[in-house]
Structures are given as structure tokens and as C-alpha cells.
Design a protein around this ligand. Structure first.
Ligand code: SME
Length: 165
């Protein structure tokens, strides 16, 4: 596809995700490099929704075992490493579930990479049944994320390691 993103001007979030979904799919089609796909997905989400921070943490094997390491992102600088079960990201990894946090101050163990972040959603990224990364999105507004975000973001995250032509 061309390198130009069509951004729906609908105010309705669902409609904006619906317009974005097939574009994300074709952006990824035929591209085998996961980092390149993560980078473009983070950029496409940021261009469409102007989120405060959008990015990936990848599960990487280190000296002390597996941990999350900062990957492609859009937004201010962020923490580079997160342990399994720690913070919202480490929780999504450990539980293999999407975590929606309406108010980060109410989430025990939330890792504040930036004090401007007020709410957050973290979606696990699977490859052959294993969590290999998480997609993390932060907002400066409270209660920015709900089931609509969860549903579309899970579908987009699934494209990352799906065979498609
Ligand atoms: N808040 C996250 C850490 C990552 S930053 O938000 C970019 C967490 O609690 O895991």
C-alpha cells in the first residue's frame, strides 16, 4: 500500500478503528520483520488517535531470564526493562490478558514512566501461543480505554505474527 494513512474524521472511536483496521493489515502484509511492523503499527495508532504514548515491549531473554525490553514506540522516552508480573505491562504478559486501567493511580504496582499518563491499556502479542511482546498505550486522560479499544487492538496485535500475503 502507499505510505499514506487515511485517517477517518469520524468522531466515533469505533468508526476510526474500523477505517484503520484494513490499512494496518495491508501495511503488514508481506513484511516479515516484526520490528518494522511494530514500528508502523505504533505510528499508525498515534497518527489516528494522538495517544500520549504508544509502543511495544518485547519479551527478551537476558542474563536474569526473560524480561520485557522497550521496542518501537511513539512518544516521550520510557522505562527500558520491565519484569514479568510487574506493572501493567508485566501483568498483561503474566496473565496473557488485555489489561485496561481507567486510572493508573488505582493500579497497584503501576510503573510511572511519565507522570502525565493517567490511564492505560496493555494488549499481549502472541506468536504460536506464546506472549512475545505487549502493546502498551497511555493517555493523559482518565478512562480513555474500554472494550472497543481492547477488541480492535487485539485484532491488530494478532496481525503482527499472522501469515498473510
Ligand atoms: N506504565 C507501564 C510502564 C510502561 S510505560 O507506561 C510506557 C506499566 O505499568 O507497566
Amino acid at each position: 500500500m502507499s505510505e499514506e494513512l487515511f485517517i477517518s474524521t469520524e468522531s466515533d472511536k469505533d468508526a476510526r478503528y474500523r477505517a484503520l483496521l484494513p490499512q494496518v493489515r495491508s501495511l503488514m502484509a508481506g513484511e516479515p520483520d516484526a520490528i518494522a511492523k511494530m514500528a508502523n503499527l505504533a505510528a499508525a495508532l498515534c497518527q489516528t488517535f494522538h495517544f500520549f504514548w504508544v509502543g511495544f515491549y518485547r519479551v527478551v531473554e537476558g542474563e536474569k531470564g526473560e524480561e520485557l525490553v522497550l521496542g518501537p514506540f511513539q512518544g516521550p522516552i520510557a522505562c527500558t526493562r520491565i519484569q514479568r508480573g510487574r506493572g501493567v505491562c508485566g501483568t498483561a504478559w503474566a496473565t496473557r490478558q488485555t489489561v485496561v486501567v481507567p486510572d493508573v493511580e488505582q493500579f497497584p504496582g503501576h510503573i510511572a514512566c511519565n507522570s502525565a499518563s493517567r490511564s492505560e491499556i496493555v494488549v499481549p502479542v502472541f506468536r504460536e501461543g506464546r506472549v512475545v511482546a505487549v502493546l502498551d498505550i497511555d493517555s493523559e486522560n482518565l478512562r480513555a480505554f474500554d472494550q472497543v479499544d481492547a477488541e480492535y487492538l487485539e485484532r491488530m496485535a494478532a496481525y503482527l505474527f499472522e501469515e498473510m500475503s
